[in-house]
Design a protein around this ligand. Structure first.
Ligand SMILES: NC(=O)c1ccc[n+]([C@@H]2O[C@H](COP(=O)([O-])OP(=O)(O)OC[C@H]3O[C@@H](n4cnc5c(N)ncnc54)[C@H](OP(=O)(O)O)[C@@H]3O)[C@@H](O)[C@H]2O)c1
Length: 293
């Protein structure tokens, strides 16, 4: 069946930025159904209850489980037949090198699978927004050969996935020194987000349906309430509403900048291969007025 009203989905929507994005999408789009995707039925249904509208619906999705991603797409296809906005927000903040494989699985591989699974549901007007991070800076990668591989104009998603798999293998086999030897900054979160932002570049480059847009966005260092200890003392912390605002804003971005697959932060396009541009948040750049109407 094809729904006549718009359908939007947010992954990892049971808390943090994802929950606030789902709440904002419901407020800003009174015609839309918003699917609250979560790996835990209990936490997902609790979030839906908090959103307190029949337009919010729980849907199961574990980004670390290929079968769950396939089932998610099949369920959206069967129940709605369309997907107008997908915010791929679910993410794992792995900071220990032992977390590298799991971080890549959730933050990178899960999103490759999700993009492939939902591609048939996207139509002109659809926006697929991936929540990435300024920490995933291509310019900060120590390895020149790795940088060249990842910036190659003809890089394919399969080739990128092989690079990410090799990073997971290196971390498992030799920890941080092996990752560094392969050219990475051995921070698993950064490794996975470099992969994600690069994936978005390739999805945008390869999309041949006019009006289907892929964006990567950094919400900024966002105080979600649950990460107070992790971010205490860091510069440029923004409140939850502002972090979510930047993500919601990206769901309305179309041809701005003329590039499909770009990386956005603080309401502007940022070059993730240019460290000066990526360092902007460290200077605590005030967020510009975002268009939220
Ligand atoms: N907060 C920041 O400063 C900041 C800055 C830059 C980028 N980001 C990005 O913004 C996104 C949201 O961050 P947040 O701060 O709101 O994080 P958060 O509060 O930790 O929320 C993360 C969400 O992802 C879900 N998740 C984790 N692993 C999953 C899996 N395998 N399958 C499905 N869902 C999974 C979590 O579900 P459970 O509750 O079940 O664990 C939770 O709903 C992430 O992608 C993060 O990398 C955040």
């Amino acid at each position: 069946m094809t729904s006549t009203s718009r359908v939007m989905a947010v992954t990892g929507a049971n808390k943090g930025i994802g929950f606030e994005v789902a709440r904002r999408l419901l407020v800003d789009n009174p015609d839309a159904t918003v699917l609250v995707a979560a790996r835990s039925e209990e936490r997902g249904k609790a979030a839906v209850q908090k959103l307190d509208t029949p337009r919010a619906r729980f849907i199961s999705l574990d980004m670390a489980d290929a079968a769950s991603i396939t089932a998610f797409a099949a369920r959206v296809a069967a129940d709605y037949g369309r997907l107008d906005v997908l915010v791929a927000n679910a993410g794992m903040l792995g900071m220990d090198v032992a977390d590298t494989r799991a971080s890549i699985a959730v933050n990178y591989t899960g999103n490759v699978r999700l993009a492939r699974a939902v591609a048939p549901l996207l139509a002109p007007g659809s926006r697929f927004v991936f929540v990435s991070s300024r920490l995933g800076s291509l310019a900060a990668l120590p390895g020149a050969a790795l940088r060249a591989t990842l910036t190659a104009p003809d890089l394919t998603v399969d080739a990128l996935s092989r690079v990410m798999d090799a990073a997971a293998d290196a971390a498992d086999a030799g920890g941080a020194p092996a990752l560094a030897a392969a050219g990475w900054d051995p921070n698993p979160y950064a490794v996975s987000k470099v992969g994600l932002t690069t994936l978005v570049r390739l999805l945008g480059r390869d999309e041949d349906r006019p009006g289907v847009w892929y964006h990567a966005v950094c919400p900024g260092l966002t105080d979600t309430g649950g990460n107070a200890d992790a971010i205490a003392g860091l510069p440029g912390i923004v409140p939850l509403a502002q972090g979510a605002d930047g993500v919601v804003w990206a769901t309305r971005l179309g041809a701005e900048g003329g590039v499909n697959g770009a990386f956005w932060a603080e309401g502007r396009r940022v070059d993730y291969a240019d460290q000066a541009d990526m360092d902007g948040w460290k200077a605590n750049v005030p967020a510009p007025e975002l268009v939220t109407a």
